[in-house]
Design a protein around this ligand. Structure first.
Ligand code: COI
Length: 352
């Protein structure tokens, strides 16, 4: 189906005001956004318009009951300066999984991909090219019923805006194992990108930061024993020659970077296990001197190397980041594929 998108370009680009050398993640927004609205059971009026404020009713249902979901993606430039996307179909599939769980309408893949491509094309000058930087793309959908009763909204808005970004974590992070708060429980919404998951993580993360840590390692809600995610990223450990990551079991986000890392590692002959991982196992590996690497993976962070883990008051200090085989290999391989410096043997790049 051909999608016809109405385009209203800004007459006042802000790009000349941006210092691309000093970008703080999530603070600078490019010139345009894509928007499509849902009513009477249909997505209507796809349009690209200047980035700007939107008018919301105080009774807007998303603000009260949290029917709101999002995605995180990135656009890059290849070696000839042409814009490209990384695995965008994975994002629309995951967004529709989130939509289903949150009783929101699915967005047809062709509207998502066409809107995204045209938006990135229009603002392609905004894609930074410094190593580790990208144009971060933020698709999100929220309920717009002007109604305070609790029931699924009948009206929704979907928007994509974009921001030039550098690394989410400029340096290796120190984390603390969380044994009081819980991120997700089986049967809940931890496996999808519901806005509320992030809202609920803020107090625990703030408390960890007050203690001097950058992020937390979430553990399971029943025993606080099995590791789940770290901050906003999926989690990997290297013990001896085995790469371990928690299996996707209903509480863990199905990270696209996670999935890509597993594929790269298997392709390179690494042994990768997706299974329950207890903090006891991690601490024992540390005591034996075989905990070689630990890192988070995510679109924004790419590979967030973990410098140290505080577990029950003890700091497990990991090897220096420059000596780490797995996280460095992944960072270099993914970074290379993003910008076509490394062959895209898995077919992950979509040209614009
Ligand atoms: C992403 O990696 O895109 C995320 O969702 C993290 C974000 C909350 C900054």
């Amino acid at each position: 189906m051909a999608i016809s998108i109405k385009i209203n370009k800004t007459q006042h680009s802000r790009i000349h005001k941006v210092d691309f050398e000093n970008i703080q993640f999530g603070t600078i927004f490019s010139d345009h956004m894509f928007r499509v609205d849902y009513s009477d059971g249909e997505w209507k009026n796809p349009q690209i318009l200047p980035y700007g404020d939107i008018l919301l009713a105080p009774s807007l249902s998303a603000l009260h009951y949290g029917q709101s979901i999002f995605e995180g993606m990135k656009a890059f430039k290849d070696q000839n300066g042409k814009a490209q996307l990384f695995r965008p179909v994975e994002n629309i599939e995951r967004m529709n999984l989130s939509a289903k769980r949150m009783a929101m309408p699915e967005l047809p893949e062709e509207i998502f991909i066409e809107g995204l491509k045209q938006l990135v094309k229009i603002d392609e000058q905004w894609i930074p090219t410094k190593i580790g930087s990208a144009l971060y793309l933020r698709p999100f959908m929220f309920a717009t019923d002007d109604y305070v009763g609790v029931r699924p909204s009948k009206n929704f808005t979907f928007i994509i805006f974009t921001c030039p970004v550098n690394s989410y974590y400029p340096k290796p992070i120190n984390v603390i194992v969380e044994e009081k708060y819980v991120r997700a429980f089986n049967g809940g919404v931890g496996f999808v990108k519901a806005a509320g998951n992030y809202g609920a993580s803020m107090l625990p993360t703030f408390e960890a930061q007050q203690k001097g840590y950058d992020q937390i390692i979430w553990t399971d809600g029943r025993e606080h024993e099995y590791v789940e995610e770290s901050g906003t990223t999926n989690l990997f450990f290297v013990i001896g020659d085995t790469v371990l990551t928690p299996n996707i079991d209903g509480t863990i986000l199905q990270g696209i970077t996670r999935k890509s890392c597993i594929q790269v590692l298997k392709d390179r002959g690494f042994k990768v296990e997706e299974r329950k991982i207890s903090m006891k196992e991690i601490a024992e590996a540390y005591d034996k001197g075989i905990l070689k690497d630990a890192f988070g993976t995510g679109t924004a962070a790419i590979i967030a190397k973990i410098a140290g883990i505080n577990y029950k008051g003890k700091d497990l200090i990991l090897p220096p980041v420059e000596e780490r085989e797995v996280s460095n290999l992944l960072y270099n391989t993914l970074g290379g594929i993003y910008t076509s410096q490394v062959e895209d043997k898995f077919g992950w790049i979509m040209k614009i």
